[in-house]
Ligand binder design. Structure first.
Ligand SMILES: Nc1ncnc2c1ncn2[C@@H]1O[C@H](COP(=O)(O)OP(=O)(O)O)[C@@H](O)[C@H]1O
Ligand SMILES: [Mg+2]
Length: 247
């Protein structure tokens, strides 16, 4: 995980996205999307189903081809393959978790570290994952399919952390999860940021997301409709009506 001080974010963004466009056949899923993510920031991407949130995260992790600028620490990652992007410190916790459900919790976590050779740091990161989600230490040998949805989400986030990210991409980490586990997951996301890791999080629960995010982008029909700090966006009339359910 990155040890960059949070102040570094003011000077150069960790990730700069410019004019990003993604097409599925003739359909435009993202059109001319521009964003920045600073080192150690939590940035939330809000938006309804089909807005392009997952497509954005897949484009950043190079699982989905895109046109436009994707600069990590000032260098383009557009020429890189998905596994090379992981090596650059971008780890993606995808929609629907994509776990190996017939393998143990520990095996799933360690798969996140498959590119790493720094064994001592991998052990430290495993300890960190267990400190975030103590239930996973207790259940380390258990087969993932026997866990609850919330616990499986913890495994999915943990696996992404085991890649040693400086930027963690989280796709709807709280969807379909019981309230108590959801609180635990949002608290863990804050703690991950406190270690210096930046987080870009797609979320439908706008209220919970804005509570922990530094900044917010609202994505609608593949465009950025609104952007600002969480404080600004929580006062924005449109965001309040459309996303916070305030009349
Ligand atoms: N693999 C795909 N092939 C064709 N269209 C897709 C594919 N994935 C997503 N889409 C379409 O792209 C748009 C954005 O989808 P997505 O990024 O999944 O949105 P969100 O995550 O915000 O719900 C939607 O209209 C969706 O139907
Ligand atoms: Mg999605």
């Amino acid at each position: 995980m990155s040890a960059l001080p949070r102040q570094a974010q003011a000077s150069a963004p960790l990730l700069e996205i410019g004019g990003l466009t993604v097409r599925y056949g003739k359909a435009l899923a993202l059109e001319n999307v521009s964003m920045t993510i600073g080192a150690g920031e939590i940035v939330a991407v809000l938006g309804p189903n089909g807005a392009g949130k997952s497509t954005l995260l897949k484009a950043i992790s190079r699982m989905q081809p895109s046109q436009g600028t994707l600069n990590l620490r000032g260098e383009s990652i557009q020429p890189l393959a998905a596994h090379q992007v992981v090596g650059q410190g971008i780890c993606h916790c995808p929609e629907g978790r994509r776990l190996f459900t017939e393998l143990s919790v520990l095996k799933n976590l360690m798969l996140g570290a498959y590119l790493r050779r720094d064994r001592a740091a991998v052990e430290r990161d495993l300890d960190f994952v267990y400190s975030l989600f103590p239930i996973l230490r207790e259940r380390a040998a258990q087969i993932v399919s026997t866990l609850s949805g919330g616990q499986q989400q913890m495994v999915a986030i943990g696996r992404a952390l085991m890649g040693g990210p400086s930027l963690l991409l989280l796709d709807e980490p709280s969807v379909g999860i019981a309230h108590r586990l959801k609180l635990e997951i949002f608290e863990a996301i804050s703690k991950i940021r406190d270690t210096g890791t930046a987080i870009l999080m797609a979320e439908q629960d706008a209220q919970s997301a804005m509570r922990i995010a530094d900044r917010v982008y609202v994505l609608e029909h593949g465009h950025v409709g609104r952007e600002g700090t969480s404080a600004e966006m929580s006062k924005d009339d449109y965001v309040r009506q459309a996303y916070l359910g305030v009349a």
